[in-house]
Design a protein around this ligand. Structure first.
Ligand code: URA
Length: 212
């Protein structure tokens, strides 16, 4: 797996406010949206493009446009939904699929409870959205789910990641070719005994949707 930490002062500034427990839900949502747009810029560096002939008012020229099939953006429900708008701002013509995964809070293992994806992902570049890479169980399961449907290039975008989760996903997806890419805003210190990222930001879904 290729891991890219998008280390940038604007990202770190926004992450600091996102982590702060005093940040209210509307601000948390806006910061998430802004962060995803910045991360999407980094994450789409390898998006597939095709030459495209146009004419400017001055002369003909050849540019590029996104190849078909168009990329697929897949937020992992529920918290990944908070990242969708920011991603679509950068990739407005992408298709969107949904994957509902939840982790059992005792075993910390992920299981799929909903799937709204194209049947065949053959040759599709997929962008998986999940704010928190904690134990890595959910992300690893989601990646395998997409690969089994034929996806051939997967980039995961997370706001924060734990070293333990990165290691687990790295081991789980080591055989996938082309290699999976992870773009994350920061790698935090560790996971605590409840599977929360430390220092982290708490429960991303709860903070996005105001549930306590
Ligand atoms: N999911 C979250 O929302 N937060 C964590 O710290 C870990 C998993």
């Amino acid at each position: 797996m290729r891991v890219h930490v998008a280390d940038h002062p604007l990202i770190n500034h926004k992450l600091t406010y996102l982590r702060d427990k005093r940040t209210d839900t509307p601000t948390f949502r806006r910061l998430t949206d802004e962060l995803v747009t910045l991360l999407a810029y980094e994450a789409t560096r390898d998006v597939r493009v095709t030459p495209f002939d146009i004419e400017t008012p001055v002369a003909p020229t050849t540019g590029i446009h996104l190849s078909t099939p168009k990329p697929l953006v897949v937020p992992i429900l529920r918290a990944g939904l908070g990242m969708l708008d920011g991603m679509m701002r950068m990739l407005p013509t992408a298709e969107v699929g949904f994957l509902g995964m939840v982790r059992n809070e005792e075993t910390l293992e992920a299981h799929t409870y909903a799937n709204r994806l194209p049947d065949d992902l053959d040759k599709r570049q997929c962008y998986l959205l999940d704010p928190m890479l904690a134990t890595g169980g959910t992300l690893a399961a989601a990646i395998h789910y997409l690969v089994d449907l034929g996806a051939d290039h997967i980039t995961a975008i997370t706001l924060l990641s734990a070293p333990e989760g990165i290691e687990r996903v790295e081991q789980d997806v080591a055989d996938i070719d082309p290699p999976v890419t992870l773009v994350t805003g920061a790698i935090d210190e560790k996971l605590n005994e409840h599977g929360y990222i430390v220092p982290g930001l708490g429960d991303a879904g709860d903070r996005l949707y105001g549930v306590v």
